[in-house]
Design a protein around this ligand. Structure first.
Ligand code: NCD
Length: 314
């Protein structure tokens, strides 16, 4: 019988389609367990180290909420300023210490590849909660769960990705998961913020197809529109950001001109790329998407810690 083979979650590349289908099934199951009031206590006695060296609201708080809702507990550090990393301690040494204090760690760090260094230092499970412009695999997993829940399928749908495809790590990870499904991905961005070639090369032998355009009207034919923020903090030249920051703005008028049942997603936070007048439309699913983050992360904490979700009675 299949069992989830991953202790660490570091890169969306690590998953097979079987892993993803299992994750969706387990998250669904976790939702039922949680709704029936039986989740508390599943991780009693376990400690999560919540290590956020870069800004976060949803990812940190949903992981912390997930741990608490499972009856586990937390220790945390936020920002370099209050960590000994600011005194010159290496991430490797920091992790070595934390391993003595916790059973599992979630880390967000501005440097690409840092979660792999963190995982290499310890035996406990390590989860990458975003490493610079690299990967954000747990956001991609919750996005996958969201699309499956909202559309009831992951096959034969068109998904438009719009905004900063160059630096947006949520898209980098999500594309790696969606490649297993028969999806038509439409990449909508200015040329300067196109999806890096390394991500496109990866896709050749998979059922997902991609097309690229600069034209915002491409969203009209999409079943899902995944909007992203231009990642101001990743630009080497701020003038370049100023030039590109207002390229696209998704508003009510554009959504009303789109397919009637199109679903609008955004990993959030939003700045000016997604107007608040979309919030009242039935198409807006981004706050539900953030909500799915909690059950997804409840499932992931259990899977990484080897807790058999299937055997939990609800
Ligand atoms: C994203 C991130 O941090 O990469 N947010 C999130 O985790 N929900 C997206 C972003 O910052 O634009």
């Amino acid at each position: 019988m299949y069992s989830f083979p991953h202790k660490n979650i570091l890169d969306a590349d690590q998953f097979t389609k079987e892993d993803l289908d299992f994750f969706i099934e387990m998250t669904h199951r976790m939702k039922d367990i949680y709704q029936s009031g039986k989740a508390f206590g599943i991780l009693r006695g376990k400690l999560l180290a919540s290590l956020f060296f870069e800004a976060s609201t949803r990812t940190r708080l949903s992981f912390e909420s997930a741990m608490e809702r499972l009856g586990g507990r937390l220790i945390s550090t936020v920002g370099f300023q209050f960590s000994s990393i600011s005194k010159g301690e290496t991430l490797y040494d920091t992790m070595k210490m934390i391993e003595a204090y916790a059973d599992i760690a979630v880390i967000r760090h501005p440097v690409e590849g840092s979660s792999r260094i963190a995982a290499g230092a310890v035996k406990m499970p390590v989860i990458n909660a975003g490493d610079g412009a690299g990967q954000h695999p747990t956001q991609a997993l919750l996005d996958l769960y969201t699309i499956k829940s909202e559309k009831n399928t992951l096959e034969n749908i068109t998904i438009g990705f719009i905004g900063d495809l160059k630096y947006g790590r949520t898209i980098h990870s999500l594309i790696k998961l969606l490649k297993f499904y028969k999806i038509n991905a439409v990449l909508i961005s200015p040329e300067e913020l196109a999806l890096p070639d390394s991500y496109k090369r990866d896709l050749k032998d998979y059922p997902m197809s991609i097309e690229e355009t600069r034209d915002i009207k491409a969203i009209w034919d999409c079943d899902v529109i995944y909007v992203t923020r231009i990642q101001e903090e990743r630009f080497a030249d701020h003038k370049e950001y100023e030039k590109l920051k207002e390229t696209y703005k998704i508003n009510k008028e554009l959504i009303l001109a789109s397919k009637k049942n199109t679903t609008v997603l955004h990993p959030l936070p939003r700045v000016s790329e997604l107007s608040t007048d979309v919030d009242d439309l039935p198409n807006a699913a981004y706050f539900r998407q953030a909500e799915y983050g909690v059950v997804s992360r409840m499932a992931l904490l259990c899977l990484c810690l080897g807790v058999p979700i299937r055997e939990i009675q609800n």
